[in-house]
Design a protein around this ligand. Structure first.
Ligand code: AMP
Length: 285
């Protein structure tokens, strides 16, 4: 496994691999690698001859009052994970390699969906996400890039960007990896106090409750949302940010669950803000 800091050096190495006939799978991350990231790396390893992972905490996707400075960073541990998962090339660049001064950046427009939910809570977040993903895809040039369903709105917007910009990359969605109590694995879980951690399962409980109601035939999204809010409200340390049901094809809120739909939820604990989502089963499913 090689660790590369420079964009041109990485481009050269990937070109060599491609010329040798390898198909390139790419897993972009912000490091602090956990079981969720591992699942993406494993999927890429199983499907492509060369696996590239990036470790880059992207300043452009953090708001001024967010956790950029305290975001967990542990490169030696991350490299050990990459090695264990069979990654070939790790791109761990400094900021100026991703955003070279004087070079015009492509800043894809997240559109209206980029203003909702995570975009409403974190203005500018998705423009920052799409900017870094576009730039990384441009440098790596993979035929497949792997993203977690855990960040469903991000996955939706990345997919749409790839289509709108005609990028020759397959965006592969990977299922959310969870702790035994249902809490989705996340780098930000490390912020939680033991008491908060105990209550953090409320997000998944809320989603599971919505899924159970949908399975029993409830089609009124308001009923599902109210049930989710109740479940999060039962955790004294959690403050709900949003709960909603969205059309899985458009990521827009729906009132009637009469098509493939996704329940989404975000909550603030004193030490961390957490998000999660779940595809709702069809009635009787
Ligand atoms: P991050 O390092 O948080 O930017 O995440 C990098 C990638 O890992 C993104 O595509 C995430 O959606 C994905 N990811 C994060 N947590 C999970 C999880 N619990 N299960 C599956 N994928 C995840």
């Amino acid at each position: 496994m090689e660790v590369i800091r420079g964009a041109e050096a990485l481009r050269r190495l990937v070109d060599e691999r491609r010329a040798a006939g390898d198909r390139i799978g790419f897993v972009p991350t912000m490091g602090a690698l956990h079981a969720g990231h591992r699942s993406l790396l494993r999927r890429a390893r199983g499907e492509r001859e060369t696996v590239v992972a990036s470790i880059f905490v992207n300043p452009r996707q953090f708001g001024p009052d967010e956790d950029l400075d305290r975001y967990p960073r542990d490169e030696p541990a991350d490299l050990a994970v990459c090695r264990a998962e069979g990654v070939d090339l790790v791109f761990a660049p400094p900021v100026e390699e991703v955003y070279p001064p004087g070079v015009a950046l492509v800043e894809p427009d997240p559109g209206p969906v980029g203003e909702l939910f995570e975009g409403a809570a974190r203005p500018g977040h998705f423009r920052g996400v799409l900017t870094v993903v576009y730039r990384l895809l441009e440098v790596v040039g993979p035929c497949a890039a792997y993203f977690g369903e855990k960040d469903a709105q991000q996955l939706f917007l990345v997919r749409r960007m790839a289509a709108e910009h005609g990028l020759a990359v397959e965006v592969v969605a990977c299922p959310t990896v969870r702790e035994p109590d249902g809490l989705a694995a996340s780098s930000r879980n490390a912020y939680l106090t033991p008491e908060e951690r105990e209550q953090a399962g409320c997000l998944f409980l809320a989603l599971a409750e919505a899924a159970e109601l949908a399975r029993k035939g409830e089609t009124d999204a308001h009923v599902l949302v109210a049930a989710m809010a109740r479940e999060v409200g039962a955790a004294p340390l959690a403050r709900i940010d949003y709960a909603a049901v969205v059309d899985d094809a458009t990521f827009l809120p729906i009132a009637l669950v009469d098509r493939p739909a996704r329940a989404i939820v975000a909550a603030r604990f004193p030490s961390a803000r957490l998000i999660d989502n779940l595809l709702l089963p069809p009635p009787g499913g």
